[in-house]
Ligand binder design. Structure first.
Ligand code: HDE
Length: 706
């Protein structure tokens, strides 16, 4: 007979004893019965049929069979994180929201970042809007800002949302493409929806390729209301600004990263928190006095419009710090049920028809997705303040009410739970006067679909424009239907003639003949590059730098530069030709973190090649090492090399034509020194180059050898 358990009786006993001492847990059924084996089902003889009597098998399998719940119809792919929010000062003048009153009070938050179109298992780096949903667990109940990383939306009225999402998702006959908008159905819909053009400009821009969830802005999009203790209301728009700045990757990199590491953003977020690099975002508000809302040449209830920051500045009101990863993905990130309807006294809705529809949709979807109206009792959804009402029973009731009374009004329960007047925290809707006929119509004030699309285009730098045009060429290049492309060109022509000329020429189609007047206005705050230029202190904090090295590496150079990068807050990881350890030229062993097989340049922000004749010679013979730096160069990343390391750059033809101060040929963002006498100033130059994020000048074709 074969022995099923390799552990003999004595060691089994010892293992059990020490397990008990450590306070371990027994495996039990869900009824609490201890299980003696979960490796074999109960059978009639060791080669016989399985018995229906095996209740442990049946329970385990039946639970497993029900492990999946419907994924979110949009925003299925996401990553969650815990943290806290703290206001800078009391916002009493504007709102009575309790969590915005006292700068010493930290309100717990749970944030879920997401993509929109892809299924739950799709790659993080798809070109897509990113969800930025924040729940504040306040003493007045849950307050959710369910926003995105783009300040406007595709449509003006919620009733168009199912059409938009049907068009964006994979086509119904073959379920292709996954997590991408480059297909006929999407562009067919858009070509018939001029109101989407402002959002389309953002979608095609670098905003849809964030470097990290930690490096993107967030927007509440809709106009909301702040209401103060005196009942005075003002309109507000919410903005999140990442303290690390806003940064994006390039399309070629995004596509490759999606294959090399589909969890690119999820991993980045989780790792940063593990390492104590807590992501921080500043919350700001644009405030518009009631009565001033009609002073703009757009309607503040129209979610396809933003309020330019040059017209109404963003007032910073507090900071959010994300400092704890969830313990369990499903229980927290999957089951969290955000709702724009979750508001607290001091905050109220506006009549934005997109927002009004969302107030219904989210609550409805959560019951379907989580399977019960009791989803609000799940740990991640429960408010931190006490909650009482007469809602009872339903699927999966977790509470055991102990009172006899479940109706209101009552006398038998002393009138409890009782309603609260406004001065005791009862929520009272803002008494907005409302009057009108019942009509299915859109206000004429929603009808300008192009001015802000043009404003966005005008505000971009030339590099950002180039990226946008290329994105349009990719997306429309994949569209097969000629009529759809033609209609899209007409819409782009209404944004800007130079824009449509570049797109039409790239597609090989006739440029529309009518030249429309561009209003020439700009909003510098809309450009990522302008924002970066204005950042008072550029940092390389949390950036990832690859050090390419193998046996014989110049240990002094490598360690000095690695230390300097880490002192500046970056992570410098050794990528070698083999795993385990490499031997430096001083004979000492250095642990290897990654190899050319387990890593790729797209996982890093910059590359450094230290000297050491033997090391560099071996790297030269590795196609992967040359490819690594060539690809990093193509993606405009900072590259540095010292001593013999410079030869590797030369072989890869990365040194360009310009002469640098030390007499070496050099390319933009490439820092080299063949005889580094001062490693400190060398590392300073490299850090400055990394802090630029990307060296876009290099994207000019003649400088890119790849
Ligand atoms: Fe959503 N949206 N949405 N949306 N949305 C959902 O809710 C919906 C819209 C946003 O991390 C769903 O829980 C309608 C705008 C985020 O869990 C669903 C309309 C904005 C998330 C839904 C919109 C968003 C969602 C899918 C048109 C930015 C993910 C599952 C009126 C302000 C939240 C779910 C998370 C999720 C409906 C438009 C952001 C179906 C009807 C505008 C960040 O209820």
């Amino acid at each position: 007979m074969t022995e099923h358990n390799p552990i003999n009786e004595q060691s089994k006993q010892e293992a059990l004893d020490s397990f008990r001492k450590e306070g371990g847990e027994y495996l039990t059924t869900n009824q609490g019965l201890r299980v003696n084996s979960t490796n074999d089902s109960l059978k009639a003889g060791d080669r016989g049929p399985t018995l229906v009597e095996d209740f442990h098998f049946r329970e385990k399998m039946a639970h497993f069979d029900r492990e999946r719940i419907p994924e979110r119809v949009v925003h299925a792919r996401g990553a969650g994180v815990h943290g806290y929010f703290q206001p800078y000062e009391s916002m009493k003048e504007y709102t009575k929201a309790k969590f915005l009153q006292d700068p010493s009070v930290k309100t717990p938050v749970f944030v879920r970042f997401s993509t929109v179109a892809g299924f739950r298992g799709s790659a993080d780096t798809a070109r897509d809007v990113r969800g930025f949903a924040v729940r504040f667990y306040t003493e007045d109940g849950n307050y959710d800002i369910v926003g995105n990383n783009i300040p406007v939306f595709f449509i003006q009225d919620a009733i168009k949302f199912p059409d938009l999402i049907h068009a964006v998702k994979p086509e119904p006959h073959n379920e292709i493409p996954q997590a991408g908008t480059a297909h006929d159905n999407f562009w067919d819909f858009i070509s018939l929806m001029p109101e989407s053009m402002h959002m389309i400009m953002w979608i095609l821009s670098d905003r849809t390729l964030p470097r990290s969830y930690r490096m993107m802005q967030g927007f509440g999009i809709h106009t909301f209301r702040f209401v103060n203790e005196q009942g005075k209301a003002r309109f507000v728009k919410f903005h999140w600004k990442p303290i690390l700045g806003v940064h994006s990757i390039v399309w070629d990199e995004a596509q490759k990263a999606g294959g090399k590491d589909p969890d690119f953003h999820r991993r980045d977020l989780g790792d940063a928190i593990e390492m104590g690099d807590y992501p921080e975002f500043e919350l700001g508000v644009q405030i518009v006095e009631e009565g001033d809302e009609s002073k703009f040449d757009f309607d503040i209830l129209d979610s396809t419009k933003l309020i330019p920051e040059e017209l109404v500045p963003v007032k910073p009101i507090g900071k959010m710090v994300l400092n704890r990863n969830p313990d369990n993905y499903f229980a927290e990130t999957e089951q969290v049920a955000f709702q724009p309807a979750n508001i607290v006294p001091g905050i109220d809705f506006s009549d934005d028809p997109l927002l009004q529809g969302r107030i219904f949709s989210y609550a409805d979807t959560q019951v379907h997705r989580l399977g019960s109206a009791n989803y609000t009792d799940l740990p991640i959804n429960r408010p931190v303040c006490p909650f009482h009402n007469n809602q009872r029973d339903g699927v999966m009731q977790y509470n055991i009410p102990t009172t006899k009374v479940n109706y209101f009004p009552n006398s038998l329960g002393n009138g409890c739970p009782m309603t609260s007047p406004e001065n005791l925290g009862g929520f009272v809707s803002y008494k907005e006067p409302v009057e009108g006929q019942k009509i299915r119509e859109r206000s004429a004030s929603f009808s300008d679909h192009f001015s802000q699309a043009t404003l966005f285009w005008n505000s971009l730098s030339e590099v950002e424009k180039e990226h946008l045009v290329k994105a349009a060429l990719f997306e429309l290049g994949k569209v097969m239907n000629a009529g759809v492309k033609e209609r899209m060109l007409e819409l782009f022509n209404s944004v800007d003639h130079q824009l449509v000329t570049r797109i039409a020429e790239g597609l090989g189609l006739p440029v529309p003949t009518e030249v429309k007047q561009n209003h020439g206005q700009k909003s510098p705050a809309l450009s990522i590059q302008t924002m970066l230029e204005k950042m008072p202190e550029k940092t390389i904090k949390t950036r990832k730098i690859a050090i390419l090295a193998t046996d014989g590496v110049n240990a002094h150079e490598m360690k000095t530069i690695q230390q300097a990068l880490e002192d500046a807050g970056a992570q410098a990881k050794i990528v070698a030709t083999h795993g385990g350890k490499i031997k430096g030229d001083d004979g000492k062993e250095i642990p290897v973190e990654m190899t050319f097989i387990t890593s790729s340049s797209v996982m890093f922000d910059a590359v450094y090649v230290p000297g050491g004749a033997q090391s560099v010679k071996m790297l030269q013979q590795q196609g992967e090492a040359v490819n690594f730096i060539t690809e990093a160069f193509k993606h405009c990343k900072a590259i540095a090399a010292t001593s013999e390391g410079v030869e590797l750059l030369s072989i890869a033809d990365l040194l360009g034509a310009n002469l640098s101060s030390n007499g070496l040929r050099s390319s933009v963002g490439v820092v080299t020194s063949q005889q580094p006498s001062d490693l400190k100033s060398f590392s300073d130059d490299f850090i400055t180059a990394i802090a630029q994020h990307r060296h876009w000048m290099r994207s000019q074709k003649e400088m890119v050898p790849a």
